[in-house]
Each structure stands twice: as C-alpha cells, then as structure tokens.
Design a protein around this ligand. Structure first.
Ligand code: ADP
Ligand code: MG
Length: 289
C-alpha cells in the first residue's frame, strides 16, 4: 500500500475503534470468507449471574458457600458470578488449600479436609457421575451454563449461570452474511448452551465443548476447506487460535494475552466492528497490487 493509503486507513481505523497491530494480516481481512467467534466474552458479555442453586444433600446457602470459597481463587467469568452471588447473600467464605485450575474443565481445592471440585458437564460424563439429567437438560436448553460441585467425587449439587448476549452480536452476523461471509461459533461451553446462543444470534455452524488446546486445530480444519479464516476471541484459551487464523481479532475488554496475539483489537469490544474491519480492508486494498 502507498504511504498515503496507509495513513488514511490508519486514521479511519482509529476513528472506528480498530487497533491494527499487524498490517500485513489486516490486508487478509478483505479476503476473509469465514469468521469464527468464541462465545463467552466475545458474543456474550461474559458477565455471569447465578440463576439456580440446586443442592443434592445440603442446602442452597451451604452449596453456594463451598462453591464460592473455591471459585474465589479463579479468574474465570463463571467464578466471578458465583462469588458475587455468595457476597450478595452475605455468606462467609471458607479457607481453601491446594487450589488448582484445570483449564477447560474446572477447578478444585480442599476445604476442611473435603476435596471440592467444580466441574463442567464433560467432566461428569467422563467420570460417570450420576446427576439429575432432566434438570440439567432443562437448564442447558435455556442457554444456562451449569457447573457441578463435587465433594470427594460425590455430587453436592449444581449451579446454573446465565450470561447476556451482546446487543450487536446478531446484527454483526447478519451484516457478515450480507457481505458473503459465514459465521462459526467455537466454544468450550456445553453443546446445548452453545446451540441456544447460536440460534439467538443466527449462527448455523457450532463447535462446542472444545478444549483450549483444540481451538487452533478447529481453525486449521476450517482453513482446509479453502477458506480465509478470521478468529475473534477474548480469552487466554483463544490465543493459539488467534495466532493460527489468517486474521486474529481480539476483543478490547479481553485478556492481555489475546490482545498481544491478535492482528487487530476491537477497542470497543463490539462484534459489529468485525464488519467495519472487513469493509475497511476492502476499501483500503481494493484495486491495489
Ligand atoms: P469458554 O470457551 O466458554 O471461555 P472455557 O474453556 O474457559 O470456556 O471453559 C469451559 C468449561 O469449563 C466451562 O463452560 C465450565 O464448564 C468449566 N470451567 C472452566 N472454568 C471454571 C471454573 N472456574 N469453575 C467452574 N467451571 C469452570
Ligand atoms: Mg471467551
């Protein structure tokens, strides 16, 4: 690009809240035919609120107290939701030893000699732990994320949380479609929750329950279908996928790791800015060799 064109596009991009970190890859944006979106924090606000506390043996407050005590040490959006809920109820948290976080699966710690784990539905399946399927299915079908609280591998109960879809997510997907660009969802969350959110937004292709290590593999698979692929994400777990995609786009409110890996940062954290990005790249590099 000529210096003038670059200068003009830099000014334009700044105005539109696009921080271009890698101009060579930004050129790719005009040829993008698929945009892959992470769910939590990218299409949704990533601000979870607890909607249901369902104890097995104990009562609601005790279940929430145990869960919040361990989640206090985690930085996941699910953790923040559970801790906030315990604080609203003025529950006093307990001391936790041996805290450990297993990315994409859950967390664990010891409280009064009990080994407490808070885990994903996938963990429950893998370990054949008996749960109330009907309640779980019902909550998931409403788009709620359900986590399970275990003590010494025995189910203490489940906690459901709801996130909010960003207002502009649906419009972003529609505008991309109008531009001939397909949207795909790639998330670590449960299939049913992902399906619910995807349906609300109008995304047809969904890859759910994807472990952090595997997000980049999915991008490679999509690239094999002769596609120029953009990945949009906010989390540490999205960084390898951002690096693998033809264009990595980070959400401004996301983690530093995502922003440092991405080619472009959406300063306003608005998924609709992906469309502005493609349009700007098309305008800037059109008819140029
Ligand atoms: P996402 O792609 O939606 O950001 P993650 O890979 O971070 O998802 O997490 C995948 C799943 O692992 C979550 O949906 C949840 O079931 C479980 N999980 C992760 N962190 C926690 C946590 N702090 N507490 C409970 N469950 C967690
Ligand atoms: Mg995310």
């Amino acid at each position: 690009a000529s210096p003038l064109v670059v200068a003009v596009s830099t000014a334009l991009s700044a105005k539109q809240g696009l921080l271009i970190r890698n101009r060579v890859n930004f050129e790719n944006a005009r040829q993008i035919d698929t945009v892959v979106f992470d769910k939590t924090g990218t299409l949704t606000k990533g601000e979870f609120g607890v909607t249901d506390v369902i104890p097995n043996d104990t009562n609601e407050d005790d279940l929430l107290k145990l869960a919040a005590s361990v989640e206090y040490k985690s930085e996941h959006p699910i953790a923040k939701g559970i801790v906030n809920s315990a604080e609203e109820k003025n529950l006093t948290l307990k001391d936790v030893q041996d805290f450990n976080s297993n990315t994409g699966e859950g967390i664990e710690g010891k409280i009064d000699g009990q080994h407490i784990k808070i885990v994903s539905p996938k963990y429950i399946e893998k370990n054949n732990i008996d749960i109330d399927r009907d309640t779980f299915n019902h909550l998931s079908e409403q788009g709620k994320t359900v986590v399970f609280v275990l003590s010494n591998e025995k189910l203490l109960g489940m906690v459901a949380l709801a996130d909010m879809i960003k207002d502009e997510a649906k419009e972003a997907v529609q505008l991309l479609k109008d531009n001939g660009i397909k949207s795909v969802m790639l998330t670590g969350d449960h299939q049913k929750v992902a399906d619910w959110v995807a349906k609300e937004i109008g995304i047809e292709e969904v890859h759910a329950e994807v472990l952090p290590d595997h997000k980049a593999e999915h991008i490679k698979e999509i690239q094999k279908k002769q596609a120029k692929v953009a990945m949009t994400g906010d989390g540490i777990n999205d960084a390898p996928a951002l690096a693998t995609a033809d264009l990595g786009i980070a959400i401004g409110a996301g983690t530093d790791v995502a922003m440092e890996t991405a080619d472009v940062v959406l300063v306003q954290s608005n998924p609709k800015d992906v469309v502005s990005l493609v349009e700007l790249s098309r305008k800037t590099y059109r008819k140029m060799v």
